[in-house]
Write a protein that binds this ligand. Structure first.
Ligand SMILES: *Cc1c(COP(=O)(O)O)cnc(C)c1O
Length: 381
């Protein structure tokens, strides 16, 4: 089976992790700050906070922005469930903004209309989470301008998009947002096995996310109420969690990050090869946004909805590990119980009905890619 995604692990990664095992620190040592620095540098951000998953990073981002009961979070229906769930975990209500059918990214026009209606109804969201689907940035200039106009905070879910850029600047520099979140799950572009990082330019937000990552506890006298009682002293000043990343994970991330440009270049080259090879088939290739360079976490083709299931099954039968990203979140049973129903976000539902993710990862050979193309051709014939 050719999988749809796969990590790239080299001897230098293995050596770095083994070195940590032999060192004094399995957690809370020097590797996490080194990994945070590597991500901050690649993203063009002043601050980076590493945690044990992107889900945790989205959660502490929302906590740091003060999202709570009575508040509202909006995200895209075409995403992994975590982008919406973190709102619920903060006790907030969740709603969705429909996508652009070409890119599956949050549609600025739909957002503008929904914000105007929400303002009229007196219920604006506190936090907006646009999702950079497949590694291609949303139109953050348009989304950021709208959020500023309406006083809405933005957390970019860039789980797919490390190494991507928008307007020539790296995704993660938060030029049009408050916080950006990356995932380091093995199917993503760079891995720490499990892991997430939140970047920001705002020192205060970074400090608050660090607190929420680790029990809300601080040893920094500047953050305490009253005086320190001595060298042993700590205070709990917020209600936090234990979302810390281990040193083993961070060491893996440090060596992986040195290859970020290589990974993204290779994925783009493979995507261009797919674009060329699939050009004459009855399918839609990924839509491109002129201002963005995708990191190509995923390559999603779209086929006639009535044939999607048969094409998917035929590809699996040929040993091609295709997948579907994503089932619209509002149609999940949990969200239906909250009152959502199919038909509410027609562009997202239409995209889902046609989508098939075909294999794309750094180690995919051109021969294996040709096998995928031949199988797609055969399945569509
Ligand atoms: C993978 C992913 C997440 C969750 O990432 P984890 O690191 O697995 O918690 C969130 N949002 C999107 C869009 C993702 O693809």
């Amino acid at each position: 089976m050719i999988p749809y995604g796969r990590q790239d692990i080299r001897q230098e990664d293995i050596d770095a992790v083994v070195d940590v095992l032999k060192s004094d620190f399995l957690t809370q040592g020097p590797q996490v700050p080194a990994f945070e620095q590597a991500v901050a540098k690649a993203a063009g951000a002043r601050h980076a906070v590493a945690v044990n998953s992107a889900t945790s990073a989205l959660h502490i981002a929302c906590l740091a922005l003060g999202l709570g009961p009575g508040d509202l979070l909006w995200t895209s229906p075409i995403t992994f469930v975590a982008s919406a769930n973190v709102g619920r975990l903060c006790g907030a209500d969740v709603d969705f903004v429909d996508v652009d059918p070409d890119t599956a990214n949050m549609c600025p026009q739909a957002l503008a209309e929904k914000l105007a209606a929400a303002k009229a109804a007196g219920r604006l969201p506190k936090v907006l989470i646009p999702v950079h689907m497949c590694g291609q940035s949303c139109d953050m200039a348009a989304i950021g301008a709208l959020a500023r106009d309406y006083g809405v905070k933005i957390v970019e879910d860039a789980s797919h998009a490390i190494g991507g850029s928008f307007e020539g600047k790296p995704v993660g520099d938060c030029r049009h947002s408050d916080i950006t979140v990356f995932s380091f799950h093995p199917v993503k572009i760079v891995t720490t096995a499990e892991g997430g990082v939140a970047t920001t330019q705002d020192a205060d937000l970074a400090r608050r996310m660090e607190l929420f990552r680790s029990h809300g506890v601080t040893r920094d006298p500047a953050l305490m109420e009253g005086e320190s009682e001595g060298g042993w002293y700590y205070q709990q000043v917020e209600l936090g969690l234990n979302y810390r990343m281990t040193e083993l994970q961070a060491a893996l991330g440090v060596t992986q990050m040195t290859r970020l440009a290589e990974y993204v270049d290779r994925r783009n080259a493979l995507a261009e090869r797919y674009d060329a090879a699939l050009g004459n088939l009855p399918l839609k290739r990924p839509g491109r946004l002129a201002q963005a360079r995708s990191s190509f976490h995923l390559y999603v083709i779209r086929v006639e909805a009535a044939r999607r299931r048969a094409v998917f099954d035929a590809l699996r039968a040929e040993g091609i590990g295709v997948n579907v990203h994503y089932i619209p979140v509002h149609t999940q049973p949990y969200y239906r119980r909250l009152g959502f129903a199919p038909g509410q976000f027609p562009q997202a539902e239409g995209y889902y009905a046609q989508a098939i993710s075909i294999p794309l990862y750094h180690g995919l050979t051109e021969a294996a890619q040709d096998q995928v193309v031949a199988a797609v051709e055969k399945a569509l014939a």
